[in-house]
Design a protein around this ligand. Structure first.
Ligand SMILES: [Zn+2]
Length: 237
């Protein structure tokens, strides 16, 4: 029996870091204390992305500045600009353009080109965009440990997430696993933008969302969750 070749895997981590070059610190004077919170980066996301990349020898693209400066997961067409959307958005046009040119455009282009390059050689690319979410937002407790975000109208994404979720649940029925939570897979984001360029037959864009309570407060469970996420992911490939 012949087994289908697994799709080429591309990993990305848009909110990898809360690094902020000194020259931009004055621009964030009103919210510099948010750098160490979920508003500044996604705790744990880069750690898990690196684990996957190392185990699977995959390409990993990771952001190099805080999302407070520029949000790599937000489209230019979003009603809120990707550049410093909080607390003020009144930067000079040239400065905004400079930040986009330094960080945003090269990052988005690199990932897109990697997908295009692979699609010249391979039939299918699986792009996994790795994120984490705060356990409590605006006083409301989030009710999941892991969220699998995809476009329900894309059969391959839906099927991949169904199997991945089932594999993780089989390892530990205690994980709270949800689909398209805490955000819809079709809301604005990098994979949503890429779906407009690449058809569902050859591009699977999946966003993984992990509850930050694990990397921040529950180290033993965090290691177990990463291990089980990895195992169950490999099983579906
Ligand atoms: Zn994120």
């Amino acid at each position: 029996m012949t087994r289908q070749r697994p799709p080429t895997l591309i990993l990305s981590c848009e909110h990898a870091t809360n690094d902020l070059p000194d020259r931009y610190r004055p621009l964030l004077a009103g919210c510099i204390d948010q750098l160490d919170t979920h508003k500044g980066y996604d705790p744990g996301a880069l750690e898990f992305a690196r684990l996957l990349a190392a185990r699977l020898s995959s390409s990993l693209f990771a952001g190099s500045v805080s999302r407070l400066l520029v949000d790599l997961n937000r489209s230019l067409t979003n009603h809120r600009s990707p550049v410093i959307h909080h607390p003020r958005n009144d930067l000079p046009f040239a400065l905004k353009e400079d930040i986009l040119a330094r960080y945003y455009l090269p990052y988005r282009r690199q990932v897109e080109e990697a997908i295009e390059d692979n699609l010249r050689k391979e039939k299918t690319v699986l792009h996994l965009s790795i994120h984490s979410f705060t356990p409590v937002l605006d006083g409301v407790q989030r009710t999941a440990d892991v969220g699998f975000l995809y476009d329900p109208s894309r059969a391959k994404e839906k099927e991949f997430c169904r199997k991945w979720r089932a594999g993780l649940a089989a390892r530990d029925a205690g994980w709270r696993l949800r689909r398209n939570y805490p955000y819809r897979g079709t809301s604005d984001g990098f994979v949503t933008a890429l779906r407009k360029k690449f058809p569902g037959q050859c591009y699977l864009g999946i966003e993984l969302e992990i509850n930050q309570i694990y990397p921040l407060d529950r180290k033993t469970d965090w290691l177990r969750l990463q291990h089980q996420l990895l195992e169950s992911f490999v099983e579906v490939l």
